[in-house]
Design a protein around this ligand. Structure first.
Ligand code: DX5
Ligand code: ZN
Length: 225
């Protein structure tokens, strides 16, 4: 089965954020990827719970909050209160990862763990049974518009094989450098959710671009509900 498309609003026109979120939703996006950056874990600053709450008002799609922040445990509840259904935290930033994952679930959201490109899958092993999804970064976090780091495709394939072999209830998300040109190849790795930012929001017609990319995923297998 192929993936659903998760447009990353990092590359959206923040002066028209609500309209652009509606447009990708109308184009068939499966979830909205919300990139949260604190200027410490990554050298960029984006948005927080208040903007997440504003986005919540304009779409019913799941909000997939990717926390690229130090000590993410401090803000998990605030993002869930703002309406996030999915919260992912970096294994490189969460000092008490198991407890943080437990709290995300306790407060009612799906819990995800993120690996930077150079962080091996072995870092996931002890937490994999406890998470709802694994997010594998195919760019170095902090900015949109970067090129996909191709070895991460094999990392996705390996995680897909492990999840299927062990019958784990863990979905797989890939994030960074995904474009219309490489989307079919990325979908073939077995990822369940595929993030794309600049390849969508950098185009003149966000709705039409989303529609084309969703069709590519549909051609790769029935789109996951
Ligand atoms: C990068 C973010 C990604 C990024 C994807 O730190 O986590 O979600 O916005 O954007 P593109 O698709 O432009 O690489
Ligand atoms: Zn992201």
């Amino acid at each position: 089965m192929a993936a659903s498309l998760a447009p990353s609003i990092l590359s959206a026109d923040f002066a028209r954020l609500g309209e652009e979120v509606r447009e990708v939703a109308e184009g068939g996006a499966g979830l909205i990827h919300v990139d949260v950056m604190d200027g410490h874990f990554v050298n960029n600053i984006t948005l927080g719970p208040a903007v997440t709450a504003a986005i919540r008002k304009v779409t019913d799609l799941p909000l997939d909050c990717h926390l690229m922040i130090e000590k993410p445990e401090r803000y998990v509840e605030a993002f869930i209160d703002a309406g996030a259904e999915m919260i992912s935290v970096h294994v490189e930033a969460a000092r008490h990862l198991h407890g943080t994952i437990q709290n995300i679930r306790k407060w009612g959201a799906k819990a995800g763990v993120v690996l930077n490109p150079a962080t091996p899958l072995s870092a996931l092993q002890d937490i994999l049974p406890d998470v709802d999804f694994g997010l594998l970064m195919s760019v170095n976090p902090g900015f949109g518009g970067q090129s996909l780091i191709r070895p991460v495709l094999d990392k996705v394939r390996q995680l897909r094989a492990q999840v299927d072999r062990e019958g784990l209830d863990c979905r797989i998300e890939i994030d960074g450098g995904v474009t219309e040109d490489n989307l079919a190849e990325v979908a073939s790795t077995g990822a369940d959710m595929i993030v794309s930012g600049s390849a969508i929001f950098g185009t003149d017609d966000v709705r039409a671009t989303t529609r084309r990319m969703v069709r590519i995923l549909a051609d790769a297998g029935e789109v996951r509900a």
